[in-house]
Ligand binder design. Sequence first.
Ligand code: DC
Length: 225
Amino acid sequence: MSFRSIAIDGPAGAGKSTLARRLAERLGFLYVDTGAVYRTVALAVLRAGADPADEGQVIPLLEGLDIRLDYGLDGAQRMYLAGEDVSGAIREHQVSGAASKAASIPAVRTFLLDLQRKLAREQDVVMDGRDIGTVVLPGADVKIFLTAAPEARARRRLLELEERGQAADFQTILRDIEARDWQDEHRTASPLERAEDAVLLDTTDLNLDQSLERLLVLVKERIEP
Ligand code: DC
């Protein structure tokens, strides 16, 4: 039997992970956060004292990398590095920048390809990332490119951080977002780009519920219940 897959790509802060998770819940699909996998590689690189932008330092580390992805009883995706649950550690600010750098290395992308494709071969998935519709699952049943203006994304990130009690500054967040966008869009290996057959959803003026409703309509037009 073949499984159904929904690919959601787009820049950081467009609401991808929250929306993909909620969409998966509504459909009874597994939510796969591929950014968390790149973050786990980046954390391993940082812990090894290596430079995530330096291929020569990163590639030799890949062979010995023990990365596992698992789902808890609550259905939340958890990441393990050499058996240690690093789901919290990979969300640190420093890891975001390192993940974007390590993700530019073609060998890192190739290394993670099978792991991502295997998940979609074994169950119905909503997978989010940067190259899911273009490279990882080019045959996905539904492809969505989710975006929002950088200022809207920075505002959402600021609120998120404030809710977690972390001090943050709007201009710094905006600069970080724009730098990451640039890095993700301009790398040669699988840059962030909209697949030709992806539907564009701009969430600048939509809240989460409105965005989710739009997504559900798009999906239901394309997938049999
Ligand atoms: O979605 P995120 O912010 O957790 O992703 C972290 C970094 O990983 C991001 O800068 C780009 C990279 N990434 C990628 O290149 N391809 C993916 N499929 C997912 C993430």
